[in-house]
Design a protein around this ligand. Structure first.
Ligand code: KG4
Ligand code: ZN
Length: 340
């Protein structure tokens, strides 16, 4: 039997300080997440400078807890993996500097990981049978990508958003309704009490690019609807607005994902990223896949939003391919998927 590979993974690209120990890319020995949401809530969104400072305060504690929970010491590790982009530069730098320090002190190989590759790889953790090729819809606060995963670490981007990311649209609409930050989970919850057919919000298509997304028109339609109600003195049924908006986003996401599955002939679809924890999206996608005989994969909600276990999963496959970064590894805020 081959030797086990234990990777310490670090994630600090936005507002979660996270560390995990992952064995052989799929066994999560620990997954510690320190969320800053309560802090950023006060400002209605993530404040980059505050995020960086908080990461510095928390990172050692989070790593120690990850090692203790996993029952391993730094000497038991085979590599350190860290998110080096995309994300907030100051936030990323905290994780990258920490990973480099551990790598240098313990002579451990250093593996830089793309944040989106992490989100996609979250699917490997609870689905031992999942192997490329498969189609993955990545929907987070910063990204909306429809990706063909050709092999571990080999991606073809079929479509992307032309403006807002899906999560960003959720957050902006939630703010307009007065739900506060972060909006996704709040819209998800409120929608359960609303009628998704109450208001016919637009489902935007991008001319000549069937896999691309556009959510800014939908966001404006919601804002116009809310203003219209206020001007006419009509009451706003917030749950109906939330449910109708969510339905518009979900139907476009499902339609594009199914088109990619059908045209590629790949009978496997995975979803990833914070918005993938949305209940309506999960059930709609599951149903669409079931009726077409397509296998459907989705991570548990905790592995959809930012975490370090997913970085450990992605880092393992990069490590196995021989990817090593030097101590000159830097944070790359606009890192493209598939770039090194
Ligand atoms: O993947 P993630 O944690 O961070 C990024 O890489 O961006 O995604 C965060 C995004 C936020 O926009 C948040 O509102 C959205 O995911 N989100 C949700 C839900 N949970 C988180 N959107 C819809 N429904 C949810 N349940
Ligand atoms: Zn993320």
């Amino acid at each position: 039997m081959e030797k086990d590979i234990r990777i310490l993974a670090i994630e600090s690209s936005c507002d979660e300080t996270a560390a995990a120990v992952v064995r052989n890319g799929r066994d999560v020995l620990s997954n510690v997440i320190s969320s800053q949401i309560e802090l950023h809530k006060l400002y209605g969104g993530v404040v980059p400078e505050i995020a960086s400072r908080k990461h510095i305060e928390k990172i050692n504690q989070v790593i120690e807890e990850a090692l203790t929970t996993a029952g391993v010491g730094l000497d038991d590790l085979d590599a350190v993996a860290v998110t080096y982009g995309p994300g907030l530069v100051g936030a990323l730098l905290v994780g990258v500097a920490e990973a480099k320090a551990i790598s240098y002190a313990k002579r451990l190989p250093l593996v830089g990981v793309h944040h989106i590759e992490g989100h996609i790889s979250a699917n490997y953790i609870e689905n031992r049978d999942l192997e490329p090729p498969f189609i993955c819809l990545v929907v987070s606060g910063g990204h909306t990508h429809l990706v063909k995963v050709q092999d571990y670490g080999v991606y073809e981007i079929l479509g992307r958003t032309r403006d807002d990311a899906a999560g960003e649209a959720f957050d902006k609409v939630a703010r307009a309704i007065g739900l506060g930050y972060p909006g996704g989970p709040k819209i998800d919850r409120l929608s359960r009490e609303g009628n998704p057919q109450a208001i016919p919000f637009p489902r935007a298509k991008v001319e000549g690019a069937p896999y691309d997304f556009s959510f800014s028109g939908l966001k404006s339609a919601v804002l116009n609807y809310l203003n219209g109600c206020r001007m006419k003195g009509e009451p706003v049924v917030e749950a109906d607005v939330a449910a109708s908006f969510q339905q518009a986003v979900v139907s476009v996401l499902v339609e594009h994902a199914m088109l990619a599955v059908e045209e590629s002939g790949i009978g496997k679809l995975a979803i990833a990223g914070g918005v993938a924890s949305n209940q309506t999206l999960r059930s709609a996608m599951e149903e669409a896949c079931r009726s077409r005989g397509v296998r459907f994969y989705r991570p548990s909600p905790l592995l959809c939003t930012d975490n370090a276990a997913m970085i450990g999963a992605a880092g393992y496959y990069e490590f196995c391919k021989g990817v090593r970064h030097g101590l000159d590894l830097n944070a790359v805020p606009n890192l493209k998927l598939g770039e090194r």
